[in-house]
Design a protein around this ligand. Sequence first.
Ligand code: SF4
Length: 558
Amino acid sequence: MLHVSGPLLTVDVGARTTEETDVDDVLESFIGGRGVATRLAHDRIPFDADPLGPENSLFFSTGPMQTSNMSFTGRMNCTAVSPLTGGLFSSNAGGFMSRNFADAGYAAVEVTGESDELVVVHVTDEGVEFEAVPDLEEATVPEITEYVEETHGLSEEHVACIGPAGENLVRFASIMTTESRAFGRGGLGAVLGSKNVKAVTFEGDSRREAEIPPIQMDVHREAATSDHIMKQQGTTSVTSLANEVSALPTRYFSELQFEGVEGINGDRVGEKKYKRGTCSSCAFACKLPTKDEERGVETEGPEYETVMSFGSNCSVDDVVDVMKSNELCDRYGVDTISCGNAVAAYLAAEDEFGNADLIHEMVEKIAYREGDGDVLAEGIARFHDELGVDNWTVKGLSFAAHDGRTLNGQGLSYAVANRGADHMFTTLYAWEYPLVDRESALDPTGLDGKAPHIVEQENARALEDCGIICRFSRSFMTPERYEGLFEADYDDLLAVGSRVVELERHFNNQRGFDRADDTLPYDLPDFEAALDDYYAQRDWNADGTVPDDHVNEPQSAD
Ligand code: SF4
C-alpha cells in the first residue's frame, strides 16, 4: 500500500529541543495525513490534556500524493485537541504549503510545549531554528507573511501562521497558510497561540518521492479539461439550489430560505472573480480570487459556507459585504463559518440582522477580544445562555450550511461526526441534493437506511484525508482509481479510513464524549433508532463508545 515516508519530527518549543522518531509502522498502517496524525496524537497526547496547555501537541502531516503533480493534492493536514470542541480535531487546508512541507523531508511534524516568548519556528531538512519575534505581537496574517518574505526570503507558500485571533486564544482561530487558506473550524490557531508560536515555516530539498502509478496523469488531464461549474463559481455554485430546497440556514438558523439569495449566490460571486485561483498542482482550479474596485475589497472567496454564515445567516444580501467579512477573517485568522455563525447569534440577540457595519466591527472585536467580542470569541456553545439565543452547535462546533432539517441524512451525520456539525466529515449532502445524477442518489427525507451510507462516506472521507486528496475530486476519483493509485483493495483502503474515525472517537471517549454528545438541536424522525444503527454498523457500544480492543489491536493495513 502506498504511504508517506520520513520520520516524525518533534519540536518542543518550551525546551527548544527537537527529536526525530522512526514511525514507519504508523505510516504503513495509516498512509499519511489525518490517519498518521490521528494515530500519533492518540498515542502521544494525554487523554486529559488541556487543549490550550503545553501538553497538547499539534501535528502537521502530509500524504504520499503531495510528492506527485496530480490535481486535487495541493492540501495538507493539521491535528490537535480542539479548544472549541474539546475533542481530537483534524483540519485540512489547501494552498501551496504541502509541497514545501514535503521538501523538508518529514512525514509529520509535532509542535509541543509552550514557549516563554513569541517565536517563529523554521523547520528545514537541516534542522530547526527558533526565532524570537516580539515585534510581531498581534501582527495580522498579511503582515507576518510579508515579514517572513522580507527577512527570510520565503514566500507565503512556506508559511503556516496565526493572526491576532490565535494569539488571543479565540476558540475558533485558524492557522492560515498561503495568506487566505485556513486550517479552520476547530480553533487550531488558538493551540498554536497557546504555545506562543506565531508561525512555522517549512523548506528544504529532501522530498521523499513516492512512486505514484501513472493513473495520476488521467486524473490530472480530466481535471484540466473539465467544464465543471465549480471552475467559475467554486462551492457557491450550490447556493441557489440549497435555497430552493430549503437547506440554506437564514437569520441565525431560524429559517431555511433567504429572500436575498440573488445578491449573494454563485452568479454574484462569479462576477467578482477576477483571475484563476488554485492549489499547488491542481488543474481543477476551483478557488475564487475576488475583488470589488469600487469599495476596495479584495479577498479569496467567499465560499458557499461563508455565503451562509456571513450572508443568509446574518441576513446580508450584498456579496461585497460578505467578501469584506471574508477578507477580515483571513486577515485576523478566524474561521469564517464559526465566526459568521457567532456574529449571527449576536445579531439575533441584538435584533440587528443585516447590519453589515456592525458585522465587520464584531469580526475585529472577536479577533482582539474587545468588548462583546470577548464573549463571542468563546464560541456559541459557551456564550448562548448569556446572549439568550439557542445553541446551534453539535459538540461545540456550529453548523455548516447544508441544513439537516431538509437533508436528513446530513443531519444525522452532523450528530455523529467526531468533529461536531461539520459538513466535510461525510459530505453526505452531496448525495441528498436533487442534482445527483448517479445511482447512489439518496432521498433526503428520513433516516431509514442512512447509517450505512454515513459509515461508508465517513470512511471514504478519512481515506481522502490520509492520501491526501481533495474533497472536490469526487467526480474523478473512482474506487478503481484509488486501488490503482494506492495499490490496494478499495475495501482495505476504506478500512484504513474506518480505523481513523474509530481512533478519533476512542480518544474523545476517554475525554468523556459518548452517545449523549451525538445530538441535534432539532428533531429528526426515528433519530434514536438511526443512532443505534450507526453504532451497530461500526460495531461500537450502544452508548456511542468504542470498545478498547478495537484500537489496542495491532493496527495492520494488511
Ligand atoms: S479542487 Fe479546488 S480546493 Fe481542491 S485542490 Fe483543487 S483548487 Fe484546491
